[in-house]
Structures are given as C-alpha cells and as structure tokens.
Write a protein that binds this ligand. Structure first.
Ligand code: ARG
Length: 463
C-alpha cells in the first residue's frame, strides 16, 4: 500500500495491518473537501511567500483538475492508498513532481482530516436543514387544508378530546421547527477552521490562519491547536440533532402505522409508499413508516458510538478518531433519506376525514365539554364530572353517543340540562371554542399558521 511515511521504517507493514489501518474505503467520500481544503492551504502559502507564485498557480490548477476528473469519473479513487489525503497528494506529485511535494508544508493530516470532516459535516447540516424545510412545507400544506377536519385527540392511546388534523400536524411542525433551530445553532458553534493547527502544536511557518478560514467560509480559525485537531463535538452535536430528528420521524411513523391499520383507517398510504406481502394477497403494508421507525436505532447507535470513542482519548489526535467516519456517514445518509421519504409519503397520503370525524364523535371525546356545560349551568365541576361519568356509563351500556340521549332521559341525570346542550357538545363546538393560543379552534389555529407561513417564507420571527 502506498504511504506517506515510509522513511522511519525498516520493513513493510503487514498486509492485514495495512487494511486495518487504512481509511480510504470510507474517507474517499471526503475528496471534495480534501481538495478544496488543499487549494485554500496552497493559496495561503502563496500569499505568505512560502510558495512562489508559479508553484501556487500550478498547484491550484492541478488540484482543480484532479477534482474535476474525479467528479467526471475520469480519475478513479483507488484503494491502494492509506487514505484520501495520501491519494490526492500522490496524484499531485505524479503531475507536478517536486512542486507537488510542497503541498503538505505547514500541515499535518491531523488538521487536514479535522478540516475535511468539519467541511463535510457543515455541508450536511445545511442539506439536512433544507430537507427539513421541505418537510415543514408539506406539513403546513396539510394543516392549511384541514383546519376543519375533526379527529379524536388521544392520551394513553385512548380517545380524549376532539381536535383537528391541522392541530395534530401542527405538533409535528413544532418538532421539526425545533430540529432546524438545533442545526442552525450548532452550525454557528462549529463554523471555525482547524486548518493550521498542524499535528497538534501549530507550525513554525508564518501561516495566515485567518485567511484560510475566510477562503473556506468559516467565521475564523479555531483558537487552540490541540483542540483544533481533536475536537469532534460538532459531529456529536450533529448526530444528536439527527437522532432527535429520527425520534420525531419515528413517533410520526408510529402514528401513521396506527392510522393506516385496518381498525383505524384514518389514512391511506399511497401505493407508491406501500408494499405487498409475498403470501397474503390482501396486504398493503406501511413498510416505509416501519423502516423509518426501525432505522432510528442505527442513528442513535452512531451517536453513542462516537460519544464512546471520544470519551477516553487523551489530547491531542489519536487514531481512534478515524472511527468518527463510517457510522457518522451512515447516520447522515439515513436521517436525510428518511426526511426525504417522509415528504413524499405525507404529500401523497390520503386522509379519510369522514372516518376521523366519526371516530371522534363515537368516543365520548365531548365528555369534558358536557361537564363544562353543567358547570356553566351552576353545577360544581366535581358534581358535573360525576353526572357525566354516570351518563357515559349509561351510553356505553346502550351503545349510543351522549348526543343521542333524549332530553327526558338527560333530565333524569340532572335538571340542569336544556335543549342548547346538544349544540354545546357538538364536535364543531368542542373544537371551535378551544381558542387559547396553541389550541385547535379555528381562529387560534389560523393565527399560528400565519406565523408558520411567515417563518417558512423567511418573513418573520417564529414564536
Ligand atoms: N485517516 C485518518 C483519520 O481519519 C487521518 C489522519 C491520520 N493522521 C495520523 N496521524 N495518522 O483520522
């Protein structure tokens, strides 16, 4: 295997060791970040007079050509190099000879890989954020169409009080909105450039770290070279944000699976997002939602793995840190893929609004409002609770809803019942009168949806 460090060694490394040590099979996906980092480094070396103008120009041109050729598929990243850094440097030397050998002046693979991972993670934070924005658009679209769609709200998976589909979806809007905040928050914290930290103690060359940081779109350089090479907090924070996104998607999946079940039939998942059974012809399974729920575990796993890897590492760089890549890459791909799939699944899903409404009206979801009615007619709440409890028991035995009990019968439970009771406990009244901020009543809901719309259109602050 081609290496950068043979000088001090008297014999070849064992082949097994080579393979165990190498990272090219997975860090080759950092080629773009690696080359862009090198271009910035070369520009800085040129500006500082450490490279001549000619050397600088030749190296930039060659590095750009290598990047282009990789993107176009003309240059294949072969696995006979230890890592992507060695591969790129070797290709540069192949093309420029001695000039290429100057690329690594004032740099170590330790600050190089720290930079590559940071650039790669930053890019993926931004990608995740824009996917989440799309998901929020999809959710808000459903909300706007369903401010009047009544459904049961649940606690303990038992029907509790009537809400609307807009309100239910709004809860997920809040979750994914917070996920976006988490990303922008950690982006601000991580956007500092470790390049120039050297192996651990900076370098004796007069590097201009502010300049490289600026070229690469960072706010500035990191301020401690030992931390610069060995900090992976930003990756842990990003994986933690991904784990939270997955937790939200998993809860959402669970609801969709329940709503899609034969018993509920609140939704119908589009054929494009369902799968069949090899033996049971009648089946249309919510596999996508189940897979999203299932994949949550592996994203949690990546977070736990990196936390564990980092916990025993003394300053500064140690090879353990190479383990920051494979599972992180997998977690990033998984989280982003799941958000994307969810957008598609949600936007094609049909809501069976009649079934939702019927489920709400058959489940005594208006019992609280019935008790409140009695309170408004002079009955103390605790007594009202008891009266409605007995009324519900009566209805359960008869197999009817509260509003199907006639007035004569109602009067046997309490003389406070009047004709306006039926209107007071209709689903529409129960929902419509819930107008506290954040509640499902129409005006309250519309006020919130306006805030959401402005937030997505980047026109206003979010609550
Ligand atoms: N492949 C290594 C990593 O991913 C690159 C840094 C290697 N540095 C070293 N001193 N061996 O961490």
């Amino acid at each position: 295997m081609a290496q950068l460090w043979g000088g001090r060694f008297t014999k070849e490394t064992d082949e097994l060791v080579d393979r165990f040590n190498a990272s090219i099979t997975f860090d080759k996906r950092l080629y773009k970040e690696d080359i862009n980092g090198s271009i910035a480094h070369v520009k800085m070396l040129g500006k500082q007079g450490i490279l001549t103008t000619e050397e600088t120009e030749d190296m930039i041109a060659a590095l750009e050509a290598i990047l282009n050729e990789i993107e176009e598929g003309q240059l294949v990243i072969t696995e006979d190099f230890e890592d992507i850094h060695s591969f790129v440097e070797a290709k540069l030397i192949e093309r420029l000879g001695d000039t290429g050998k100057k690329l690594h002046t004032g740099r170590s693979r330790n600050d190089q890989v720290a930079l590559d991972m940071r650039l790669y993670t930053r890019d993926h934070i931004i990608r995740t954020d824009s996917l989440l924005k799309e998901l929020l658009e999809t959710i808000l679209g459903i909300m706007e169409a369903h401010t009047e769609t009544i459904m049961p709200g649940f606690t303990h998976l038992q029907k509790a009080q009537p809400i609307t589909l807009a309100h239910h979806m709004g809860a997920y809007f809040e979750m994914f909105k917070r996920d976006r905040f988490r990303l922008s928050d950690l982006l601000r914290r991580m956007n500092y450039c470790p390049l120039g930290s050297g192996a651990l103690a900076g370098t004796t060359y007069p590097l201009d770290r502010d300049y490289t940081a600026e070229l690469l779109g960072f706010y500035g350089p990191t301020l401690n070279s030992m931390d610069g090479v060995s900090d992976r907090d930003y990756l842990i924070e990003y994986l933690s944000a991904c784990a939270t996104i997955m937790m939200h998607l998993s809860r959402f999946s669970e609801e969709i699976i329940i709503w899609n079940s034969n018993e509920y039939q609140f939704v119908e998942i589009d054929d494009a997002y369902s799968t069949g059974s090899s033996i049971m012809p009648q089946k249309k399974n919510p596999d996508i939602a189940e897979l999203v729920r299932g994949k949550t575990g592996r994203v949690y796993g990546a977070l736990l793995s990196l936390l564990t890897t980092m916990k025993g590492i003394p300053l500064a760089y140690n090879k353990d840190m190479q383990e920051d890549k494979e599972l992180s890459f997998d977690a990033m791909d998984t989280a982003q893929g799941c958000v994307k799939l969810f957008c598609g699944m949600l936007s094609t899903m049909k809501f069976r609004t009649e079934r939702m409404r019927r489920s709400a009206s058959r489940g005594f979801t208006n019992a609280t409002d019935a008790a409140d009615y009695l309170v408004n007619h002079g009955v103390p709440f605790r007594d009202a609770h008891g009266i409605i409890g007995r009324l519900v028991l009566y209805c359960v035995e008869k197999g009817i809803a509260i509003d199907e009990v006639d007035m004569e019968q109602l009067k046997t439970f309490s003389s406070a019942f009047e004709e306006d009771f039926y209107h007071a406990i209709s689903m529409e009244t129960c929902v419509g009168k819930r107008l506290t901020k954040g509640a499902p009543g129409r005006e309250a809901m519309e006020a919130v949806m306006l805030v959401y719309r402005n937030y997505l259109d980047e026109k206003g602050d979010i609550l």
